[in-house]
Design a protein around this ligand. Structure first.
Ligand code: F6R
Length: 609
């Protein structure tokens, strides 16, 4: 999704803002640009070379006059208008004195575009964003101050978005405003910044602030009609700039995969006290309210949705509360039956996925209590929910999630145990024991990760295949979905996931000797059933890979390859069986010569519908 970085202060360099954009590259983009206000007014450079846009932009920074004290930058992920040079941001008005960058979509842009065109403005791009510059130009011409002009135009725009603008007559201030879409404010070394997320500016900023909604904020010099940084709420972001540097690995995907045992352990440890009890300070909902919960709904997208599917089993197992799980983009358009006995849990790594945010907002409006499970302190989801469980996975740069998935499952597991204890379904001693056993799973995850090379060797004969099926039952079905999603995202291959018992109701028709079926068969109460499903698959000639617990020779004899993981309690099995599938997605993509960190068509942090 689009990325925004802006900096203002005595020694701000276009190269620094560029580095911020570089750190937003992971979000996905197709064109990029920078603007500054120098002594001669607004200067803009833009480029549209697809994934190489930032390399191109870097080579052109010298075209900008050095010594400016205000620079704004943008990476664009095309929505309105193709990824061309004309459509790349920053955009300017007819006078060239207003310059802005924009993330999000202006839903009513057609009528606004028609309006500015009818007023004689010449539009140079097909974007919704440029229209905003012309509307601001009109307000300035009518005598408004920049902050008032921005606020007035913003109130006419419908949709979710973040806007950062600068004005030639105000070379000391940058103005920002947002609705739902991410934007934060930061300061460091006498300079002030706007950025779409914290990793972009970790090396230049030391203090971070929440950006309110619907309010024009000015950074740098104070400006009439705009609030300054002193009015903002600080954010306790403790990530370091080295957390977002690629060290010792070929890709962020592989680096973050290698970190997932630690991320999981940090998450669960932060939610368990020394005596094995729950750390409830994190959970700000009144225990009495939780005790009378009669329904839990979990919503999320992609990998986070899959963590929610695992969460359903955990909550029903420990807390005996009925749970439904839905894809956030579907849930938000349902008419769910909710009241204050219902808890809606939004699971989102970024805390900024628009679908999840709007689903949780809708649930709150319908009277439900809300809980966020997110990795980003101060994210939109964390702010709008009644309470938050933070995963402590550190920044996730890879578009394809790995370490945050396990951390989300860990947080949901601890919530399930806590709820079970509150509701009296498990004794405190059992709850303590369950928490401690969960913490120990980190060691099993680590062992599975250490087997990466071994998994890759076993998978080598399969990497040329272009049709994969993933099957599992109960807790392993979400793992199957996650394995298929990872493979699709990174390798662009057809990968389907089915509950193993569902194959015979239709999908088995697709199986032949060209198909590879990955069967998840840990030692649990459904193992025999899955073994029978594997026999059905073999009878149709398909090639079989099994993911099984150590020592399960019986499962291995049914397969061409067996990916063994250390045995853990069946209830924790998704935390280890997913590891070989994450490795598999990376290995298949790499064998096809694909860049693991730049999956085609994908963006990280999806802030549009
Ligand atoms: C898959 C992946 C996506 C995200 C999804 C939700 O590897 O990363 O499917 O899980 O876009 O993102 P968050 O969790 O930030 O809401």
């Amino acid at each position: 999704m689009c990325g925004i970085v802006g900096g203002v202060g005595p020694s701000i360099l276009a190269a620094e803002v560029f580095e911020g954009l570089k750190r937003l590259e992971y979000r996905g983009y197709d064109s990029a640009g920078l603007a500054l206000i120098g002594t001669g007014g607004v200067e803009v450079i833009r480029t549209a070379c697809g994934r190489h846009s930032l390399d191109d932009l870097k080579g052109r920074i010298d075209e900008l006059t050095p010594g400016a004290s205000l620079v704004i930058g943008h990476t664009r992920w095309a929505t309105h208008g193709a990824p061309t040079l004309e459509n790349a941001h920053p955009h300017t008005d007819c006078t060239g004195r207003v310059v802005l960058v924009h993330n999000g979509i202006v839903d009513n842009f057609r009528e606004l575009r028609a309006e500015v065109v009818s007023h004689g403005h010449e539009l140079k791009s097909a974007t919704d964003s440029e229209v905003i510059a012309h509307l601001i130009e009109e307000e300035l011409a009518a005598g408004m101050e920049p902050a008032a002009a921005l606020g007035s135009v913003f109130s006419r725009l419908s949709g979710h978005m973040a806007l950062v603008a600068a004005f030639a007559q105000f070379p000391g201030s940058i103005f920002g405003i947002r609705r739902t879409s991410p934007l934060l404010v930061a300061e460091g070394d006498g300079r002030s910044f706007f950025a779409s997320d914290a990793p972009a500016i970790l090396d230049v900023a030391t203090s971070f602030y929440e950006m309110p909604e619907e309010r024009v904020i000015a950074i740098g010099k104070l400006a009439n009609g705009a609030a300054g940084v002193s009015t903002l709420t600080p954010l306790a972001i403790d990530w370091a700039s080295q957390d977002v540097e690629l060290v010792g690995h070929q890709s962020f995907y592989e680096m973050e995969l290698s970190q997932e045992a630690g991320a999981f352990l940090d998450t669960v440890s932060s939610l368990i006290d020394e005596g094995g009890g729950a750390v409830v300070d994190e959970l700000k909902v009144d225990p009495y309210e939780l005790k009378r919960l009669r329904k839990v709904t979990v919503v999320g997208c992609g990998t986070s949705y899959h963590a929610g599917l695992v969460g359903r089993f955990l909550i029903e197992h420990f807390a005996k509360v009925p749970v439904e799980v839905d894809v956030a983009s579907e849930y938000r358009y349902r008419d769910p039956i909710l009241d204050d006995d219902a808890l809606v849990v939004g699971v989102s790594q970024s805390g900024e996925s628009l679908d999840t945010i709007t689903a949780v907002k809708g649930a709150a409006a319908a009277g439900a209590r809300t809980l966020a499970v997110t990795n980003v302190i101060g994210s939109q989801l964390s702010r709008l929910s009644d309470t938050v469980l933070y995963t402590r996975a550190g920044p996730e740069v890879s578009v394809a999630s790995t370490k945050t998935h396990l951390s989300q499952i860990g947080a949901l597991a601890l919530f399930a145990i806590y709820l079970g204890e509150l509701k009296g379904h498990i004794y405190p001693e059992e709850a303590r024991e369950a928490r401690n056993s969960l913490r120990k799973v980190a060691a099993a995850i680590e062992v599975a990760l250490e087997r990466k090379r071994g998994y890759e060797e076993k998978l080598a004969p399969f990497v040329g295949t272009d049709r994969f099926f993933f099957i599992g039952r109960n807790l392993q079905y979400p793992v199957a979905l996650e394995g298929a999603l990872k493979l699709k995202e990174l390798s662009y291959l057809a990968a389907e996931a089915y509950p193993a018992g569902e194959l015979k109701h239709g999908p088995i028709a697709m199986l032949d000797s060209e198909a590879v079926v990955v069967a998840l068969v840990p030692r649990d109460r459904l193992r025999e059933k899955v073994l029978a499903n594997i026999e059905e698959v073999r009878a149709r000639g398909a090639r079989v890979i099994v993911v099984a617990f150590d020592g399960d020779d019986e499962a291995a004899t049914l397969a061409e390859a067996a990916l063994f993981v250390p045995e853990v309690r069946p209830i924790w099995s998704p935390l280890v069986t997913v590891v070989p599938l994450q490795v598999m997605a990376g290995a298949v993509a790499r064998s096809r010569g694909l860049n693991l960190d730049r999956p085609r068509n994908l963006a990280k942090t999806v802030t549009v519908e």
